[in-house]
Design a protein around this ligand. Structure first.
Ligand SMILES: O=c1ccn([C@@H]2O[C@H](COP(=O)(O)OP(=O)(O)O[C@H]3O[C@H](CO)[C@@H](O)[C@H](O)[C@H]3O)[C@@H](O)[C@H]2O)c(=O)[nH]1
Ligand SMILES: [Mn+2]
Length: 719
């Protein structure tokens, strides 16, 4: 093709209109905040007699909340400073023989919460990526150390032997078998297909059904026999290359289960990824790596080529660490009552960071340059003992750091397998720089955030690539309990990064732009929403019941300041939802779930992080449940909250709603009997009403619903 090598592989486009709207909004909103602060501060200089009518404590609490909200708001403006979007031209990439090899890392941890069949679908979709076969190597890490997973992989390999040629021959785009066949059932088939394809498809479908059954059989026998020699927390390293004697051409497929011992920290997913990093280094050592969660299948087969449009762009490549695709999910409903899709994160926020020096690493769906994870470049010039201090004792691994190293799997297969046993042993990392300078970072359960932040601190950049067709699709949490448990883990992880000396606000600005550090900081301090939201859900209401005013009267000019700030914040959010393709319903749901999360999992996340910091709690990573529960899915699809959640989540929600209802009624009585419509309590009355209206589903769940997902009547007396 003539265009190859001459035209750019990608284009970056600044979203000008959005940029102007954002900056104007910043100007007006921050001016209004300035007036608000003036109003609050001037209170202290007011004549002491008028001041005495207002007790100081509630007033200070409300003011403190306003300060925290403004602080998070200011940090959040960094995302809105320079939003960009990008397009890629994969057709301009060099010929296949000039493309660099890729290793794919997939992590799984628990064969019950993460059904083996789904994990295998992810594996197969990765093997089937549209990329030269001999340049693709797929590694699956099983932290559960389950023989079921290993057996499952052998079946997956057999199925892939016919699935891959089928996809390539008919240029199938959706190469995850489960997704492909369920789309067929839903009638997405093209009518212009050749009769040959129709026949082949039917054959493939039968093969898939057989494959499914084989997995079921393995599962039944696997769980029944339950070999006591391995348990999820205590097992030896197992590394196995899946292959067969008949030489069919398939990507390399490797099963890795690192050694785990209860006496030793294993650092959750980051630990698993680091083992894969080492094992793959001595087997295939590809310069680029795709990281996937076990539920995140490849929905579009060309993602690797799209990512290469950045990695092979000579103007970006030297500093580019990773290309991040958004997390998208196959199971979110239209109204998405829990905001399971994390809309704001994967649209506005990552686009905004992309216009600075790049998005946060998001755990899954990114193509990363191996060299960016291999530590300080200058260390490579030192002597062997020092290298061993840094990278651990494996000479084979140290040799792999040399770019020209090629895999010796074919000739020295056995020797290499022995080496991988060492690399996957539980004590390999002791005394080395793994998890610090080398590999994925330890020290936070949001290893993705921390690793990305550390890379940016070292001067690496990243890119956000969001083509219209989702490149990867995962399973989102779609019930209240799981959403809040997952949230507690994330916010604890994020907040713990905000309360260390290396937090983005202190450590960042010296190493990256101030705006970029603000974005990282916004994420770490986001859980602080729990303080203002708890405060606004209680203090104005209790004061309302006692007739204490905390806000200006309706006729006071400062009332307009508060009104403006409210309208401006709410309408800006609405605008952002609409721009990213959402609806008013989505906006409403996002406001509500933000409130629900703030008073529950933001709070628990912060507490957990603080307890960890002072050594009273240990880090834990509870993987989310990826098993589909029909009843629960049905509630979610019908936009009904599933209140079968833990009491630690329900009790705060129910008690706050009760406080708001009672204070609203009490306040209204006061207003009517007082007959004073220039009401100094109007704002407080409004806050209660807003909270009740927005959280009406809680009221409904408490009083009206009769189905299983209602709030159990036993919760109310607890509050
Ligand atoms: O000890 C562990 C725990 C988890 N995992 C794997 O990590 C992945 C993510 O776990 P999941 O339960 O799906 O957590 P989520 O909250 O859905 O994950 C989000 O948040 C994580 C950080 O908290 C990121 O690592 C993920 O990429 C991101 O999708 C899964 O494939 C797990 O199998 C392990 O390999 N080892
Ligand atoms: Mn997940």
């Amino acid at each position: 093709m003539e265009s190859r090598g001459t035209q750019p592989l990608n284009l970056c486009h600044v979203q000008k209109l959005l940029l102007i709207i954002n900056r104007l909004h910043m100007l007006f909103h921050s001016t209004a905040l300035g007036f608000l602060f003036y109003y609050r501060l001037s209170f202290f200089f007011r004549n002491p007699e008028t001041r005495e009518t207002t007790p100081l404590l509630p007033w200070l609490l409300v003011f403190a909340s306003e300060i925290i909200l403004s602080f998070i708001w200011i940090l959040g403006q960094a995302y809105r400073w320079r939003p960009v979007s990008r397009i890629v031209f994969p057709e301009r990439l060099p010929e296949d023989d000039k493309l660099p090899p890729i290793d794919v890392f997939i992590c799984t941890a628990d064969p019950i919460k993460e059904p083996t069949l789904d994990v295998m679908n992810t594996v197969i979709s990765a093997m089937a990526l549209d990329y030269p076969l001999e340049k693709l190597h797929v590694y699956l890490s099983d932290d559960g150390g389950s023989p079921v997973t290993l057996q499952g992989m052998k079946e997956a390999w057999k199925f892939a032997k016919c699935w891959l040629p089928f996809c390539r021959k008919y240029r199938i785009n959706s190469r995850c078998p489960k997704a492909y066949f369920s789309a067929l059932e839903n009638g997405d088939a093209v009518s212009t297909e050749s009769s040959e394809l129709v026949v082949e498809k039917q054959k493939m479908k039968e093969r898939y059904e057989a494959f499914k059954e084989d997995i079921m059989k393995i599962k039944d026998s696997g769980f029944a026999s339950n070999p006591n020699t391995t348990s999820a927390k205590d097992h030896p390293p197992v590394i196995e290359v899946i292959e067969e004697l008949d030489q069919v051409e398939l990507p390399l497929l490797v099963f890795v289960s690192r050694e785990k011992r209860p006496s030793h920290p294993h650092h959750f997913k980051a630990g698993a990824l680091n083992v894969l990093l080492r094992v793959s280094a001595v087997m295939s050592n590809s310069p680029y790596i795709l990281v996937l969660d076990c539920d995140m299948f490849c929905n579009e087969s060309t993602s690797a080529r799209q990512a290469m449009c950045f990695h092979l762009d000579p103007t970006m490549s030297p500093s580019l660490a990773f290309v991040q695709f958004p997390q998208k999910f196959h199971n979110v409903s239209k109204n998405d009552i829990y905001d399971s899709q994390l809309r704001s994160l994967f649209t506005l926020q990552w686009q905004g960071m992309d216009g600075l020096s790049g998005p946060v690493m998001s755990g899954t769906g990114f193509y990363i340059k191996r060299a960016s994870l291999c530590g300080n470049n200058t260390i490579k010039d030192t002597n062997l003992p020092e290298l061993q201090m840094y990278y651990g004792s494996s000479n084979e691994f140290i040799k792999s750091l040399n770019q020209n190293y090629t895999k010796k799997l074919v000739n020295g297969g056995l020797a290499i397998l022995e080496e991988t046993q060492l690399l996957a042993s539980f004590d390999y990392e002791i005394g080395t720089q793994w998890g610090q300078e080398v590999g994925f970072s330890y020290g936070s359960v949001v290893e993705d955030f921390l690793t990305g932040f550390n890379l940016h601190c070292k001067g690496w950049t990243s890119v956000f690539c969001d083509p219209t067709r989702p490149q990867f699709l995962g399973t989102a949490t779609t019930n209240l309990n799981d959403v809040l448990i997952q949230g507690s883990r994330w916010y604890s992880g994020l907040f713990e990064n905000g309360i260390t000396m290396s937090c983005p606000l202190i450590y960042g600005p010296l190493r990256m732009s101030v705006l970029q550090s603000m974005c990282f900081a916004e994420l770490t301090y986001f859980p602080l929403y729990c303080l203002p939201l708890w405060c606004f859900a209680t203090i104005p209401q209790l004061c309302l019941l006692h007739g204490i005013s905390l806000y200006p009267k309706v006729s006071d000019p400062f009332f307009l300041v508060f009104l403006f700030i409210f309208v401006s914040a709410v309408s800006k959010h609405l605008l952002e939802v609409l721009i990213s393709g959402g609806t008013i319903r989505n906006w409403l749901n996002e406001q509500r779930i933000w409130m629900m999360k703030s008073i529950t999992c933001h709070l628990y996340g912060c507490l957990d992080a603080i307890l960890k910091k002072i050594g009273l709690r240990k880090a834990s990573f509870l993987p989310t449940d990826k098993v589909e529960d029909d009843e629960q899915t049905m509630l979610y699809q019908m936009d009904k909250y599933d209140f079968r959640a833990s009491n630690i989540f329900l009790v705060p929600m129910v008690s706050l709603i009760i406080i708001n209802i009672s204070s609203f009624i009490g306040g209204l009585q006061r207003a009517i009997s007082g007959g004073d419509w220039d009401n100094k309590l109007f704002v407080q009355l409004f806050i209660s009403a807003y909270i009740i209206i927005l959280n009406y589903p809680i009221v409904e769940g408490l009083l009206l619903r009769k189905d299983k997902g209602r709030i159990s009547p036993f919760v109310a007396p607890l509050t």
